[in-house]
Design a protein around this ligand. Structure first.
Ligand code: PLP
Length: 425
């Protein structure tokens, strides 16, 4: 039965039976969590060989003592490994500490206060600073920007990426827009991959935006595919070089969800001029990164073929989890007009859209039945989902049994809230 066609009497009956199911969950004392986009212990164990891999040999290929200070921009072997992963040259790479988020924050800070193209280019000298925030997006991008006083302007996402008509119109009309946040492959939370057209239009933004505009291209899920048919992301850096806009992009990545989350390696790619400004600023805040961990990663991940095989092992663990959620959504809601959801071919999240005005309520109902979901509004600037309809599901961390149970509860809450809304209208 499609809810929109149900008679009031049918809705009342449905509400009654869903309330009974919901009460049964409430009394079952569940404690389940779908909030965390963290790798499971099983995934982390795929990289346990990192421990001890150097076997007492603390020199890299050029004889550098990995245990000592220095090597501000990373080991040459690590630059090569991550350059190949991002599709750039080793000279374009800066290898950092244990993750990419600190590098994004540091890049923001440097662009704001020191400038990425000489002192006069500091964003803070140019009045208020704004960034475009494709929504739904990654909450930490938004909170980091807000923390640094950057105003966020939401732009819509569609199945090809950010709405580029809107992006182009905004950057053309407002030179105080200094950047845009992008998660171009298996976007957090929608899982979409930016189309070639979107990537090409991104590459040209540097020509129409205000001075010192930067695309923050967070390729966090560059190699995190769930099936072999997953779309490939076009190479933004190449497109920028062709358009003569390579200074307009900063590309980020990490091994957080390849090896150990929190004990991986963060890296970034950028033009010589951007890297020079960032390295200069970095020199004031550190004497060098953890080269021991960088070299452990070089030894463990070796090359792109080894990396691909390693990611296939992740996919073998992740795919059944995604399938468990997607199959239940399809069998329980597939014939109805209650919600829509994404079916990602990679990444870490499934994004569900309820009917407008229900996300908060569904999340509240689920919490009261012992299932934690990401807070409503988190994937939006200032925590405000204007439709109150987006819910992010993170299937990686729970066991499949827990995931199935949690999804069952979630779907019951979703149906219950929707039926109640229909009855009230
Ligand atoms: N970027 C995106 C889009 C993410 O989803 C995450 C983690 O969930 C991160 C960055 C965090 O990256 P890192 O662990 O490299 O700091």
């Amino acid at each position: 039965m499609r809810l929109s066609q149900a008679a009031p009497e049918q809705l009342r009956e449905l509400e009654k039976s869903l309330s009974e199911q919901y009460l049964a969950f409430q009394t079952a004392g569940l404690n389940l969590d779908l909030t965390r986009g963290k790798p499971s212990a099983e995934q982390l164990s795929l990289s346990n060989a990192l421990d001890g891999i150097l076997n007492g040999n603390y020199s890299d290929g050029s004889g550098t003592d990995l245990r000592n200070y220095g090597g501000l921009d990373g080991l040459p072997e690590a630059k090569q490994l991550f350059a190949d992963m991002l599709g750039v040259q080793a000279q374009d790479i800066l290898v950092g500490g244990n993750g990419s988020l600190p590098m994004m924050y540091f890049s923001l800070q440097t662009a704001l206060s020191q400038g990425l193209a000489g002192k006069d280019s500091a964003w803070s000298l140019q009045g208020p600073v704004k960034f475009l925030a494709p929504v739904p997006g990654y909450d930490r991008h938004f909170t980091a920007s807000q923390h640094l006083g950057i105003e966020l302007i939401p732009v819509a996402m569609n199945e090809h990426g950010p709405d580029m008509d809107q992006v182009e119109a905004l950057v053309k009309s407002d030179p105080s827009i200094k950047g845009i946040w992008c998660v171009p492959r298996f976007s957090n939370p929608t899982g979409i991959v930016y189309s070639d057209d979107v990537v090409n239009r991104m590459a040209k933004l540097g020509h129409i935006a205000g001075d010192h505009f930067r695309i923050f291209w967070d390729n966090a899920y560059a190699v995190h595919v769930l099936d072999d048919q997953a779309p490939v992301l076009a190479n933004l850096y190449e497109a920028c070089k062709n358009a003569g806009t390579e200074d307009s992009v900063l590309i980020f990545g990490s091994t957080s969800k390849i090896t150990f989350a929190g004990a991986g390696v963060g890296f970034m790619a950028a033009s010589a001029s951007n890297l020079s400004a960032l390295k200069d600023a970095l020199g004031y805040s550190t004497i060098g990164p953890d080269k021991v961990n960088q070299y452990r990663h070089v030894k463990f991940l070796k090359d792109q073929a080894t990396l691909t095989k390693h990611m296939q092992k992740h996919a073998a663990i992740m795919k059944p989890r995604f399938d468990a959620v997607l199959q239940q959504l399809k069998s329980e809601l597939g014939d109805d007009d209650i919600a829509s959801w994404t079916e990602p071919q990679g990444g870490y999240f499934i994004s569900v859209d309820t009917r407008p005005g229900l996300a908060k309520q569904v999340i509240q109902l689920a919490a009261e039945a012992g299932v934690k979901l990401t807070p409503a509004g988190a994937p939006f600037p200032y925590g405000k989902d204007p439709q109150d309809s987006n819910i992010r599901i993170a299937p990686s961390f729970p066991t499949i049994n827990d995931l199935e149970k949690a999804t069952e509860v979630f779907i019951t809450c979703l149906k219950l809230a929707t039926v109640r809304q229909a009855l009230a209208s």
